[in-house]
Design a protein around this ligand. Structure first.
Ligand SMILES: *Cc1c(COP(=O)(O)O)cnc(C)c1O
Length: 391
């Protein structure tokens, strides 16, 4: 006997996972013992700084930290998040009701639509984008309205193109600057227009700020919460993952409008039971530390960026140097075919993994994303392999 197991309608509605082919090919290449340069992963290759690990170790030994944590997060962490926002963006947040720690920001981003969407409500989602914006909307029974991110608009959505019939049923808009995958940044004008648009149309803004600390050439990303009116409509998501090489630790937060932060907290109190306290204590230590670690990381990514850009340019790629994130979003010269064809060719012929743009949405077609999460030597090697391909 066996029961019939089918997947739910919501799982059926999720967009297809287009990296399957590449993932499979990568695994096989590794099994064959080929020396792969993996520029595919958006996951820092360096270790978490030692002072954070030391704090975790110390806090893990305290038995008071072994029990269920408060759903709303420890005051010590909420206070250090508020201090950090003040220091970094000159934005004042109340640690009591404008800050909510998360089990990584992906968790909060994916759960947030459950707090505000009803069946059939629209969420405005950039295309290409970080996949949880779509998944979270679908799980909440919402509908996705895609906003193309085009190179001619510097990869910012054109809000004037959204139809009035859609706007009437729209509850949410997702924005993510510095952007994954396009590595683009937002202008002040875009942010000002976005807040006006949200207030006029009664739309909640989700700002994903995961890459705010990885910036170059004197540019420094701003928080959307710095802008007038934001406190009325914005919830911003942040994370230690990229800033302190802590992707595996799972520690992020939501902050901004207290009602929005509170609604997310309500969803979460029905789903999880807080974050391991030792991790919260270590996270507070990270946020209260000086800039020296993060600055050294920026220098490292910048060197990698420059080496890869130089190499790709010499191969005829048209590259704009990104001013933030650890990605390069590069147009694929036409002779190489689709983004999947190109990524397969890179792997088969040059042992290089890169992410085909189509995997982030239809408007990603024609592009490839290189992650700067391998050493300069590895990047040089990858460029050499590419050069040999062209011979
Ligand atoms: C990496 C990343 C995050 C952070 O995810 P965590 O769950 O905090 O590790 C959020 N948004 C984007 C766009 C990312 O690339």
């Amino acid at each position: 006997m066996s029961i019939k197991i089918g997947q739910s309608d919501k799982l059926n509605k999720l967009p297809p996972y287009l990296f399957v082919e590449i993932d499979r090919a990568k695994r096989q290449a590794r099994q064959e013992g080929r020396d792969i340069s993996d520029l595919g992963l958006g996951d820092p290759d360096q270790a978490t700084p030692q002072f954070i690990i030391d704090k975790l170790y110390e806090a893990a030994k305290d038995k008071d930290n072994h029990r269920y944590a408060l759903d709303s997060g420890m005051p010590v962490l909420r206070e250090s998040i508020a201090r950090w926002y003040k220091k970094r963006f000159a934005v004042e947040l109340s640690p009591d009701n404008e800050v909510l720690p998360l089990i990584g920001s992906k968790e909060g981003i994916a759960h947030f639509p459950l707090a505000v969407l009803n069946r059939g409500d629209y969420a405005l989602v950039p295309d290409p984008c970080y996949p949880p914006y779509k998944g979270g909307t679908i799980f909440a029974g919402g509908k996705i309205y895609l906003m193309p991110l085009l190179s001619k608009n510097n990869f910012m959505p054109d809000l004037s193109k959204i139809r009035a019939t859609v706007l009437r049923k729209t509850r949410l808009i997702f924005v993510n600057y510095p952007n994954n995958p396009t590595a683009s940044v937002a202008t002040d004008e875009f942010y000002e227009g976005l807040i006006r648009f949200a207030l006029e149309n009664n739309i909640i803004v989700i700002s994903d700020l995961a890459y705010s600390e990885i910036y170059f050439d004197g540019y420094r990303p701003r928080s959307l919460l710095e802008f007038e009116g934001a406190r009325d409509c914005v919830v911003e998501f942040h994370s230690l993952s990229k800033t302190y090489n802590m992707t595996g630790w799972r520690l992020g937060w939501a902050c901004g409008n207290s009602q929005l932060v509170g609604l997310l907290g309500k969803v979460k109190s029905n789903i999880d039971s807080g974050i391991f306290q030792a991790i919260q204590i270590a996270a507070a230590t990270a946020l209260d530390s000086d800039e020296s670690f993060v600055e050294s990381m920026r220098v490292m990514y910048q060197q990698r960026r420059d080496v890869l850009a130089e190499g790709l340019k010499s191969l005829g790629f048209n590259i704009n140097l990104p001013r933030a994130t650890f990605y390069m979003w590069s147009k694929i010269p036409r002779r190489f075919g689709s983004s999947i064809d190109f990524a397969k060719m890179l792997l088969d012929k040059a042992n290089i993994v890169a992410t085909p743009g189509i995997g982030f949405g239809e408007n990603g077609e024609g592009y490839v994303r290189f992650a700067l999460t391998v050493s300069v030597d590895r990047i040089k090697e990858a460029v050499e392999r590419l050069k040999n391909l062209e011979k």
